[in-house]
Design a binder for this molecule. Structure first.
Ligand code: AMP
Length: 189
């Protein structure tokens, strides 16, 4: 069972690399950002609550995202493994993930942290905003809020996995293929 956490700030390339990893290792892709956007599109109650946070570039509450992960795990118990993209984003989420995986005799195999400097992230997000249509990628002040949330709430997650000996830094600048090869070298050396 291979359970990967793909970590990094907004715009680091988590989605792009997830697609390649899923194809190579045959994993179930769980992106909490995608799941939340699906809830918003379906106009669910959860989606309405999430939208209020996402529009401001703030994190959605731990309870909501942990609940979504729990449902996804339960629905895919026969999977070869999972790639968690954009989750966990707080230490509480990381702790909850460990508990949920343990309940089904699984654990996080490793955490891959995509390293990209802030000016490059800003450039990438604004570019992506033009094609994705995502409002939170188009407004510089929302992007800066997302970066602030990353620095204050999400960065500690790195330490959480470092303490478990599971954290690996990946240079997130270069060609998509080069970055992917660095990831593969860690996942299956
Ligand atoms: P993403 O698509 O991963 O960039 O996520 C878009 C937005 O969804 C974020 O800016 C957060 O508001 C929210 N979000 C996604 N994943 C999480 C998470 N694990 N915890 C809290 N909020 C999240």
């Amino acid at each position: 069972m291979l359970n990967l956490v793909l970590f990094g700030p907004p715009g680091a390339g988590k989605g792009t690399q997830s697609d390649l990893i899923v194809e190579k290792y045959n994993l179930i892709h769980i992106s909490t950002g995608d799941l939340l956007r699906a809830e918003i599109k379906a106009q669910t109650e959860l989606g309405t609550i999430a939208a209020a946070k996402i529009e401001k570039g703030e994190l959605v509450s731990d309870d909501i995202v942990i609940g979504m992960i729990k449902n996804k795990l339960a629905a895919n118990l026969n999977a070869k493994g999972f790639i968690f993209d954009g989750f966990p984003r707080t230490t509480a989420q990381a702790e909850a993930l460990d508990v949920l995986l343990k309940e089904v005799n699984m654990s996080v195999s490793c955490m891959l942290s995509l390293e990209v400097e802030t000016p490059e992230l800003l450039k990438r997000l604004l570019e992506r905003g033009k094609v994705s249509g995502r409002a939170d990628d188009q407004d510089e002040s929302i992007i800066m809020n997302r970066m602030a949330a990353y620095n204050s709430s999400t960065l500690p997650v790195k330490e959480y996995y470092k303490a478990q000996g599971k954290q690996f830094e990946i240079q997130g600048v270069g060609s998509i293929q080069e970055i992917f090869e660095s990831i593969c070298a860690v996942v299956a050396p």
